[in-house]
Design a binder for this molecule. Sequence first.
Ligand code: NAG
Ligand code: NAG
Ligand code: NAG
Length: 401
Amino acid sequence: MSVSRLFFVFLSVLPLWICGTTCTPVKRATCPDIPANPVATPITSLTNPFTFANGQNVTTKDDWACRQAEISQLLQTYELGSKPPKPSTFSASFSRNTLTINAGENGNSISFTSSITFPTSGTAPFPAFIALDGGSLPHPPGVAIITLNTNDIAVQNDASSRGQGKFFQLYGTNASAGAMIAWAWAASRIIDAIEATPSTNIDPTKIGVTGCSRDGKGALVAGAFDDRIVLTIPQESGSGGTDCWRISDSILASGVSTQTASEIVQENVWFSTAFDQFASTSVDPLPFDHHLLIGLVAPRGLLAIDNTGIDWLGAESSFGCLKAASTIWEALGSPDTMGFSQSANHAHCAFPSSQQDDLNAFVNKFLFGQDTNTTNIEDNAGGYTFAMPGTWDPWTAPTLD
Ligand SMILES: *[C@@H]1O[C@H](CO)[C@@H](O)[C@H](O)[C@H]1NC(C)=O
Ligand SMILES: *[C@@H]1O[C@H](CO)[C@@H](O)[C@H](O)[C@H]1NC(C)=O
Ligand SMILES: *[C@@H]1O[C@H](CO)[C@@H](O)[C@H](O)[C@H]1NC(C)=O
């Protein structure tokens, strides 16, 4: 089958395939087709969130739903690999604070567990964070912590871990998924299990996701690819997380030792092998950057937590990428559901008390439903400047009706 026909087939099943039964249906009559070769034209700025890959403008909220489906498709095809829907065989049970999930597909089956740590205060059913490897945030009072064991699902030891872990036992070692989309798949199955198992005492409508460093990259991907997650908190996620590839490349070129795409694909298996061709040459042909991955979360809650003191993390790239992404929340009329909080140097993943108020505000708003003021959470401890609109983001946010 030709590439363009493949895209046509993809697009005709796109809304169901990406969302399963969990997304709000796309109301626009038809979404524009993705051009046959969307990686043909290098783009040195960040890509415009409000222009479809075929050049049409995004002018309404229904358009944005189409654009989100398109961005999701492009990210899966060229960077992350495919996130499968809920498997055809699925069951869950809960006992002794352990959630057990059984999944089967194509004659393969797996079973994996997640432990739930319940708060000592608050009331059931509890809000919860799905925390990759337990996360690195101080546990908020009244919130349960559901641990997602990343290595159990998709091993992330190093570049030789490709295809290892239970996800690949289910979908085959040749599945296109990198480790992060496999973890995102597991996070979605945990939510399926919570929905199906009221005895967990977890409120499935009040679930956040968090993780730090490599797991912060994974937390962002999990939040981007499941609309049921109401709050996404990537912590010190760096390149591959809230940094934009193009900005990180330019920071490295200016002499600051920052992680880039070319390094990251040699370090680990977080991405699909489809990303290698761009990482090893140039990321400019990609019809997205990570401001659009971040934008898949919009208008749901997102708080990005950064550390300006570690060059490798590229906090300046994260700042610019988040500023560019913030235009999406602005266009959707929801600027106060997205924030970013930087603090000066501290040990990697050691949450500083200076960011506690920011964390509390987002937890109170999204996990406890309080009318909390998160309007001004845009700390810039790095003192970075990022013009809007500017060279990186040459667009103005429209008002999407
Ligand atoms: C698309 O939007 C841009 C920027 O707002 C505008 O200049 C252009 O005329 C629009 N194109 C169409 C076809 O409406
Ligand atoms: C994976 O792909 C390789 C190379 O195409 C092939 O030799 C192998 O049989 C495939 N493995 C599975 C489990 O499909
Ligand atoms: C939220 O805080 C911002 C900045 O401090 C302030 O301008 C705004 O009026 C506040 N909004 C509410 C609803 O309190």
